[in-house]
Write a protein that binds this ligand. Structure first.
Ligand SMILES: Cc1cc2nc3c(=O)[nH]c(=O)nc-3n(C[C@H](O)[C@H](O)[C@H](O)COP(=O)(O)OP(=O)(O)OC[C@H]3O[C@@H](n4cnc5c(N)ncnc54)[C@H](O)[C@@H]3O)c2cc1C
Length: 382
């Protein structure tokens, strides 16, 4: 597994440190129970589209007729992770005219966090959306803190994006942490393992292959050094993994079934209202009574705002039933696994960075799901 493979999972920060650090290797603690990979454990397969923009998420203000619209969409594979920080940026723009009432379009991760942030800033908020949890795309995410996963393109992001991104990431992590320990465990610290095998000393000369398309996703996590707690090598023999090298880092895991419900509850408790509404073009916003609107339509922004800078990056997740005592995550040879309370999610990141690029097919592929399970089986020692 190479550096770029790790980077595209958004897990590079703590995990790319050399595996041979002078520190003594940690033991896997408590002893890790292998995940049962029997197909009978599978209870569903879901597909989701990451709303990727080469320039990074669109967070800016625009006048549309008599409305002031603050866009807050296009967070790629980092929408949950960056949600609170992105909300802070968007709400700051929205509050410039001190509106008493404010509309949010969209009830996914970005819409709910923007709405709650606006309430905390003193606004009365109504969310207008055609779908709510559990039907929004945000409900089909892996649920790991991955703030720079497919969030921008190195060559296209504006020069100030890394600084804005760092601010969003730091704001977000503090707000996510405020949910740790809440009833229902919407956010938890978990141990995440990176499994690697040494690169072969010398590779046989490969026949000339055509250059593969490379989306060139930006890697920004180095800016967050020290933000996450412990990380270190683990003695592989203390784990059930077959890999020769194992590294462990603490990470935040989102139990999305509960987090979505809690965000909705927090919004309603603070006096928020939901209204079911679908918008077909920007002029439909004239139906709203609020003058200031935060637009959190995710991938839906591509159609609604005719914004072709939003590229779908498809991802499929195979869900296994939660397993007693299994409460960790790992990345191994293109497979990412996260054992959440609402299910064990298994995702295949494919052979290269282009996997899922510009693929808007949201139908689950059972053959690929079977192949994902087969790969998962090879992660553990016989
Ligand atoms: C496989 C996969 C795994 C992922 N894993 C992670 C992860 O582990 N961590 C992480 O941080 N991110 C992850 N992501 C990314 C994350 O899921 C997205 O960035 C995030 O869900 C986007 O949220 P959103 O609120 O912008 O969009 P959505 O969840 O799509 O919400 C959009 C809302 O707008 C509404 N809407 C849209 N169009 C209209 C319209 N025309 N009229 C009315 N309402 C409309 C929808 O009904 C919905 O309520 C993952 C993505 C995928 C595909």
């Amino acid at each position: 597994m190479d550096r770029r493979t790790l980077i595209r999972t958004g897990l590079a920060t703590a995990l790319l440190a050399p595996l041979t650090t002078p520190r003594m290797a940690l033991a896997a603690e408590p002893p890790l129970i292998p995940i049962r990979t029997d197909p009978a454990q599978v209870f569903r397969t879901t597909v989701c589209l990451r709303p990727f923009r080469a320039k990074g998420p669109r967070i800016e203000s625009e006048s549309v007729g008599r409305k002031q619209v603050i866009h807050n969409y296009g967070h790629g594979g980092s929408g949950w992770s960056l949600s609170w920080g992105s909300a802070a940026e968007a709400v700051w723009l929205a509050m410039q005219s001190s509106p008493r009432k404010l509309a949010v379009i969209g009830a996914g991760a970005l819409g709910l966090t923007a709405a709650i942030t606006a309430q905390r800033a003193g606004a009365e908020v109504t969310i207008y959306a055609k779908e709510r949890f559990p039907f929004v795309r945000s409900a089909r995410a892996t649920g790991i803190w991955s703030p720079d996963s497919r969030v921008a393109q190195t060559t296209a992001m504006p020069a100030d994006f890394p600084v804005r991104w760092e601010r969003m990431a730091r704001t977000s992590v503090a707000l996510h942490e405020s949910y740790v320990g809440s009833a229902g465990n919407p956010v938890e610290w978990i141990d995440y393992y990176i499994l690697r095998d040494p690169e072969p000393e010398s590779l046989p000369t490969a026949p000339e292959a055509p250059e593969a398309f490379d989306p060139g996703f930006a890697s920004l996590n180095d800016r967050l050094q020290g933000l996450m707690p412990h990380s270190g090598p683990v003695a592989p023999e203390t784990t059930p993994f077959a890999a020769a090298q194992v590294r462990r880092a603490a990470n935040l895991s989102f139990n999305i079934a509960d987090y979505g419900r809690q965000l909705e509850a927090d919004f309603l408790l603070a006096g928020g209202r939901f209204e079911h509404m679908e918008f077909h073009e920007p002029s439909d916003l004239s139906r709203l009574k609020e003058k200031v609107v935060i637009n959190c339509t995710g991938y839906g922004a591509r159609a609604l705002w005719r914004d072709e800078s939003v590229i779908p990056v498809r991802g499929q997740i195979v869900w296994l039933t939660p397993q007693e005592g299994v409460h960790y995550g790992f990345y191994s040879h293109g497979i990412g696994v996260l054992a959440r309370r609402d299910g064990i999610v298994v995702q295949d990141f494919g052979p290269d960075e282009a996997f899922g690029w510009n693929d808007a097919n949201e139908t689950a592929d059972p053959v690929a799901a079977q192949a994902t399970l087969e790969k998962l089986k090879t992660v553990y020692r016989a």
